[in-house]
Design a protein around this ligand. Structure first.
Ligand code: T5A
Length: 212
């Protein structure tokens, strides 16, 4: 059995990840690929319970270390119960956010020591990494306006200040610059169809799959 591929989508608030993940899954399924859609924080029962602690309440509810530990604990459960079994069964897994979000949000955004975050990731992941990470990039104000228009800024992270969101945008771009083989940056300010076409092109070229 050939192991499946693991694709992650990253970006700031309202970047369009959920929209694009569904379109990508449809395109891959149409090619006969068995696809699993999942998300972080969440994606398994235990991780979804941790998610509820993370995305609600006051913006300063958790200290940065506690927050990073909660995300990492959720991630480990998600990997063990959802991601790794699916990949072992030959399925492709597309995940809405993964470990780059911890580095961007808790590291670049909240100022937590990045070496500490890297150590946490090694503990939770070993040497496991996504085959491809698509980073949807757009101006902070555009993303927040999209997210707010959709659901009124309920999310704890969406309510953090603009400087926080600018730092994490810079963080994602920095991560992409450091790991160009794994990551691709996509201009997400374009219409849905334009972003989708760019994503399909990258998946086709980097993962060697033909999408018609
Ligand atoms: N987090 C997560 C951490 O801090 N550390 C971590 O380690 C992890 C894993 C999760 C929060 O947790 C944080 C980051 C997050 O703040 P979430 O509910 O999953 O919260 O929120 P987000 O991942 O930010 O997802 P959103 O739902 O806010 O945004 P998406 O999925 O990027 O965007 P989407 O597709 O829902 O689109 C938003 C709106 O824009 C429209 C859509 O129709 C929708 O209304 N839209 C477009 N409009 C115009 N042009 C386009 N190209 C558009 N694409 C989508």
């Amino acid at each position: 059995m050939t192991r499946g591929r693991f694709i992650t989508l990253e970006g700031g608030e309202g970047a369009g990840k959920t929209t694009q993940i569904r379109l990508l899954a449809d395109a891959l399924s149409a090619c006969g690929i068995d696809v699993v859609l999942t998300r972080e924080p969440g994606g398994s029962q235990g991780a979804e319970e941790i998610r509820a602690l993370l995305v609600s309440g006051e913006t300063g509810r958790w200290g940065p270390v506690t927050e990073a530990l909660l995300h990492t604990a959720a991630r480990r459960d998600h990997l063990e119960r959802t991601v790794w079994p699916a990949l072992d069964a030959g399925r492709w897994v597309i995940c809405d956010r993964f470990f780059d979000s911890t580095m961007a949000y808790q590291g670049y955004g909240l100022g937590l020591d990045r070496d500490l975050i890297a150590t946490l990731q090694t503990t939770a992941l070993g040497d496991f990494r996504p085959d491809l990470t698509l980073i949807l990039d757009l101006p902070v104000e555009t993303g927040l306006a999209r997210a707010n228009a959709r659901r009124g800024g309920e999310d704890r992270y969406e309510r953090m200040d603009l400087d926080f969101h600018r730092r994490l945008r810079d963080g994602f771009l920095d991560i992409a610059k450091r790991e160009p083989d794994r990551c691709a940056v996509i201009d997400a300010a374009h219409p849905v169809e334009t972003v989708q076409a760019r994503i399909l092109d990258i998946v086709t070229r980097r993962l060697g799959v033909t999408i018609s």
